[in-house]
Write a protein that binds this ligand. Structure first.
Ligand code: HEM
Length: 446
């Protein structure tokens, strides 16, 4: 049993014995880190090695780079690292959910989600995902140039409304719900908690209230009917004592899903389309596989026949990790890469940097999905880890890849992604990696 008094302790700020610097007064390295975390990590790694100290605003932190540190933080065999305290910044938005729980408390909450993401349960999500992707894409085929980010977001929101709650995303109820989903997710991009009208954080808290009230209304019905959406599975799940989870547990974990699922999956689609636009030979390869399968809708049973879709997903995540970084806070004094880490220290590992780290990958910046066939990622268990690992490993990883494959299947089977000639966008990295101009493109019949 791990004592929980670490949850009450303040962050440790004394990291003088660790190489590094705290950047500018007040903001620390927030600007250079936020502008380009890859460049920031690379410079730190070359100057200080895998462990260095830095500051983000008022917080003093340790950057712990590389697959070995990722493994220690994710697997945490000695129970040295807290996810709850690492994500403390988001306490007001997702504080009651399982990603902000540690050890036993986390394990028992994770049961709430287990049936909803079982392979057999997920078969039920394929039909609405196919229908929504096909309809949304139909409206874009042959259209003038449009920005993919907005279209991918609205597709994902509709998929969430339908598969998470059973509410069809079209019509007033669905529209209000998807608007609340969007407001809630947008609020995570805050630096200071400004709970005043007009601020994103305020809109996000208001949306959370609306979504929670909406969910609570449905709980009793969902327990007693045969609905097959994710919320229905949450409502019918029982804890280790055979009791239903509380309404608060269900609502808090439901909103976590929105935070965890939306922008991450949107980024995977947007950035894959960017890479496919630049590498028509890969579009061709996907199209050949899709046409060979030749079905009007696809499900998990078809994914084996679409191996290049997995290669493209993996290589896109490698070059544009949807979750660029993951935070923890140390509980006890411990060691990373031979450096002593005091108790209560905030730590950050950069998934996105491990995915291109010098010394591991051949030609790391090149889009080369076949590297996953060659097994380059297998040199270390945590060299490639877009979905994390250990106790907090992404529970929606198969759901995300299902959406990815279905969306792209309906796209490439009859259409080609065309970018502007010589397209070379500026990039945004946080909170979601994507071209700053939201990826203008056209989908042309082939
Ligand atoms: C490409 C898409 C996605 C990526 C790259 C991704 C990545 C991740 C990562 C790295 C973590 C672990 C964070 C940590 O250890 O601190 C995580 C956790 C989580 N993800 Fe995902 N995710 C994706 C999509 C989804 C989707 C679609 C869902 C749900 C439908 C989802 C639900 C969750 C949940 C609930 C957790 C918390 C698990 C826990 O704390 O036990 N994710 N995800």
């Amino acid at each position: 049993m791990t004592a929980t008094n670490y949850l009450e302790r303040p962050d440790n700020r004394d990291l003088r014995h660790i190489e590094g610097d705290y950047g500018l007064p007040l903001i620390g390295s927030a600007l250079s880190f936020g502008t380009n975390p890859l460049k920031f990590c690379d410079e730190r790694y070359r100057r200080y090695g895998p462990i260095s100290r830095f500051a983000m605003g008022p917080s003093h932190m340790v950057l712990a780079l590389g697959p070995e540190n990722a493994q220690q933080l994710h697997l945490d065999v000695d129970k040295n690292f807290s996810s709850a305290k690492g994500l403390g910044h988001f306490q007001s938005l997702i504080g009651g959910s399982l990603i902000m729980k540690d050890f036993e408390a986390h394990r028992s909450q994770r049961r709430l989600m287990q049936t909803a993401f079982k392979k057999s349960t997920m078969d039920g999500y394929a039909a609405p995902i196919n229908a929504i992707c096909a309809r949304k894409l139909q409206g874009l085929f042959g259209a003038d140039e449009f920005q993919l980010v907005g279209q991918a977001k609205s597709t994902l929101l509709e998929i969430a409304a339908q598969t998470f709650t059973g509410v069809a995303g079209q019509g007033k109820e669905g529209d209000t719900l998807t608007a609340a989903f969007q407001d809630f997710v947008d609020g995570f991009n805050f630096i200071f908690e400004v709970n005043l009208p007009g601020f994103k954080f305020h809109r996000s808290l208001r949306a959370k209230k609306y979504i929670e009230a909406f969910i609570r209304e449905l709980i009793v019905d969902k327990r007693n009917n045969n609905d097959t959406d994710i919320l229905a599975h949450f409502c019918r799940e029982r804890d280790e004592h055979g009791n239903y989870f509380s309404d608060a547990d269900i609502a808090e974990n439901f909103v976590l899903l929105l935070f965890a699922a939306q922008d991450t999956t949107t980024a995977s689609l947007v950035n894959a389309c960017y890479e496919l636009g630049r590498h028509p030979q890969w579009q061709h390869r996907l199209r050949e596989e899709a046409r060979a399968l030749g079905k009007s809708t696809i499900g998990q049973e078809d994914f084996e026949a679409l191996p290049s879709f997995s290669l493209v997903f993996n290589e896109t995540q490698r070059l544009h990790s949807s979750v660029p970084l993951f935070p923890r806070r140390s509980i006890n004094t411990c060691e990373l890469s031979g450096v002593e880490i005091p108790a209560d220290t905030l730590l950050m590992n950069a998934i996105t940097y491990n995915h291109v780290m010098p010394g591991w990958w051949t030609d790391p910046q090149r889009f080369d999905p076949e590297r996953f066939e060659r097994g380059e990622h297998k040199q270390h268990a945590f060299l490639y880890h877009p979905f994390g690992g250990g106790a907090h490993k992404c529970i929606g990883m198969h759901f995300a890849q299902m959406v990815f494959r279905i969306f792209l299947y309906h796209l490439v089977i009859g259409h080609e992604i065309q970018l502007r000639p010589g397209y070379d966008p500026h990039w945004q990295y946080i909170p979601m990696p994507k071209p700053k101009d939201n990826l203008p493109l056209r989908l042309v019949a082939v």
